[in-house]
Design a protein around this ligand. Structure first.
Ligand code: FAD
Length: 223
């Protein structure tokens, strides 16, 4: 189903929007890894692209800079038009988009990035910009798939903990902070995860925390 925002963006898309052409598409562990060739400026880590889908829906993804172009890593089990487009994207597809635009802004230095499957891409983008300084803690019930997808975008420092396991997430974050106490903890992904982890971090006395919600159960096309 198209959205009013999508229809409006479609109206201006011919002359005002960047375009990406899919030059590579690979399914990896429940994700689609795409490379887009585009004239848009090189995306900084923590920015977002708002993709105008063929259905005139607009959905948000985190660009990862690479020498081949802009890499996107889309979770294909999100359940809506974004996930469907990601699943079916093919080499040669052309997609208008808005961005890169600012989204998650973090001061320089080490980062512990907490999230779910939708957060693997932003962690990978940060790891490109801050080599050796980014560790991800990802909640997922498909650990092997997340590890394979993370590897495909160059994200090697990560823990995968069960979905909804706030205690295991907190333990993993605290283990990282014991070695890099000055790290910022960035919590992204679904709203339930963000709220539960943020509250647990507060109770544990962790104060250097930034949050950004990527999706909310029952709501479509957040952001
Ligand atoms: C700044 C930002 C950056 C993002 N970066 C990425 C990224 O790099 N990769 C990525 O895969 N996603 C990313 N997302 C999340 C992505 O935009 C959402 O998951 C989006 O809702 C997917 O669109 P959809 O059309 O498939 O589902 P929608 O039509 O938006 O949602 C349909 C229903 O599915 C459920 N739902 C939505 N997302 C999920 C999910 N992830 N898991 C389980 N259920 C879900 C909700 O209940 C919703 O009601 C980002 C979001 C933001 C705001």
């Amino acid at each position: 189903m198209s959205s009013a925002k999508g229809k409006l963006i479609r109206l201006v898309s011919r002359f005002a929007l960047a375009r990406g052409t899919v030059t590579s598409a690979h399914v990896v562990g429940g994700f689609q890894r795409l490379v887009l060739k585009s004239d848009a400026k090189k995306p900084a880590a923590g920015t977002k692209l708002q993709l105008l889908l063929p259905s005139d829906d607009v959905r948000t993804y985190s660009p990862i800079p690479s020498p081949d172009g802009i890499v996107l890593l889309g979770w294909t089990r999100a359940g809506g038009p974004g996930a469907r487009w990601m699943s079916n994207a093919r080499v040669g597809d052309v997609l208008p988009f808005v961005g890169p635009q600012r989204s998650l802004e973090l001061a320089a230095g080490p980062v512990v990035l907490v999230g779910d499957e939708t957060s693997v891409a932003v962690a990978a983008a940060l790891a490109v910009e801050r080599p050796g300084e980014v560790h991800a803690v990802i909640q997922s019930d498909t650990a092997d798939g997340v590890r394979a997808a993370a590897e495909s975008v160059g994200l090697r420092r990560l823990d995968v903990v069960p979905r909804g396991d706030t205690a295991a997430t907190l333990e993993a974050v605290k283990a990282k902070l014991s070695r890099t106490p000055n790290a910022i903890v960035a919590v992204t992904g679904g709203s339930e995860l963000v709220v539960a982890v943020r509250d647990a971090l507060r109770r544990a006395g962790v104060t250097n925390v930034k949050t950004k919600t990527y999706w909310i159960p029952g709501k479509t096309g957040l952001d």
